[in-house]
Design a protein. Structure first.
Length: 71
């Protein structure tokens, strides 16, 4: 696990520590994590930990604060 989860990061206008823990149960077990690194890179997020169990997935990420945008 990366040690950057507990450190303040900064942008030009803010210092932040926004960490999120997602847990979900995939409907289908195949290819759920394909493209995850690319999505994290697009959103400027850092994947700190990823743990896949047989019936659920844990994802811990650090993301910069941002204004809402349309997807």
């Amino acid at each position: 696990m990366s040690e950057s989860w507990n450190r303040l990061k900064s942008t030009r206008h803010a210092k932040y520590m926004c960490n999120y823990h997602f847990v979900w149960i995939p409907k289908y077990g195949r290819d759920v994590l394909d493209g995850l690194e690319e999505i994290a890179r697009e959103l400027e997020c850092e994947i700190i930990a990823l743990h896949a169990e047989l019936d659920h997935i844990h994802l811990f990420v650090s993301c910069p604060p941002a204004t809402p945008r349309r997807i």
